[in-house]
Design a protein around this ligand. Structure first.
Ligand code: UTP
Length: 288
């Protein structure tokens, strides 16, 4: 099986659920403790062995490009002041020259359309997609787990987790076939079903490894739910023709596109930090 070398980050969405913070600031740049959300996604992809990072941006998202660039004056000032630790951390956080590419989705026509915008940059090889709003914290990178699973099955893989029955209408839900440990064969995907219609509690989360054939399906530009070109519709068209699995990833996922999810992500990330955990835990006790 070919390894997964490229990851697409569709970041052209409007982020309306986080207004007014996202009126000017891309939601991917909102900080979780002291790093923007997008930095976590890049670090996860890197830890998974991804070599090429493809960002599908839109108008008003240039801060993302600036964030992943060298800030020459800042770096020089830190060096002159001997702040070598801060400098090393900043240097480590940016992609190396040539590892990162940006393309623009000119209109927010949906996630499927955003991924399609990266088709020439991806070419003819399996690739990862990371929805950075879904911040995943854990000891092993979620994309790495999916890539490893793809190496075994050869087909499309989506990250999945079991959600409470009452929450199925917030997610795409897998209709499961054979279950082998963390690998869940997908017979079908149902978009946001009411709990009584949900075929399982396996929700699709924003990490995927996809076969390049998906672009052939996205080429048709068929609008789906909400009038948007949906990635899940194109994936569903490959069901049956190619292996399709969910992988129950080992980390914890936080929905940073939603206010409560974002707040929980900050709490969880701070409590995982050795330099902050004790102090922050004692602050939290005051709000019990
Ligand atoms: P969301 O459904 O979270 O939409 O998109 P959104 O516009 O970002 O946020 P809200 O709902 O208005 O608050 C899921 C992912 O797909 C990307 C988003 O950037 C996000 O990573 N996306 C969505 C695009 O890149 N382009 C689109 O046209 C739609």
């Amino acid at each position: 099986m070919s390894p997964v070398r490229k990851a697409v980050f569709p970041v052209a969405g409007l982020g309306t659920r986080m207004l007014p913070a996202t009126k000017v600031l891309p939601k991917e740049m909102l900080p979780v403790v002291d790093k923007p959300i997008i930095q976590y996604a890049l670090e996860e992809a890197r830890a998974a062995g991804i070599e090429e990072f493809i960002f599908v941006t839109g108008r008003g998202k240039t801060l993302i490009e600036d964030h992943f660039d060298r800030a020459v004056e800042l770096f020089d000032t830190l060096a002159a002041k001997g702040k070598s630790e801060a400098l090393a951390e900043l240097e480590a956080g940016i992609p190396k020259a040539g590892e990162v590419t940006y393309t623009r989705q000119q209109e927010p026509l949906g996630l499927g359309h955003a991924v399609w915008c990266a088709r020439h940059l991806v070419g003819d090889e399996p690739f990862a997609v990371s929805l950075v709003d879904d911040l995943i914290l854990g000891d092993s990178p979620c994309l790495g787990e999916l890539a490893e699973a793809h190496g075994r099955t050869g087909g499309n893989i989506v990250a999945t987790m079991e959600v409470p029955h009452a929450h199925t209408k917030r997610y795409g839900i897998l209709d499961p076939g054979e279950i082998d440990g963390r690998l869940v064969e997908a017979k079908a995907m149902v978009e946001k079903p009411e709990p009584e219609r949900a075929p399982s509690r396996y929700a699709v989360i924003g990490r995927y490894v996809l076969l390049p054939e998906i672009f052939g399906h996205l080429d048709r530009q068929e609008p789906g739910a909400g009038g948007e070109i949906q990635l899940t519709d194109a994936m569903a068209q490959m069901l049956g023709a190619r292996p399709f699995h969910g992988y129950v990833f080992s980390g914890e996922r936080y929905d940073c596109g939603d206010k409560l999810g974002y707040l929980e992500a900050i709490v969880a990330a701070a409590l995982r930090r050795p330099d902050l955990a004790d102090g922050f835990a004692s602050i939290l006790k005051r709000y019990d």
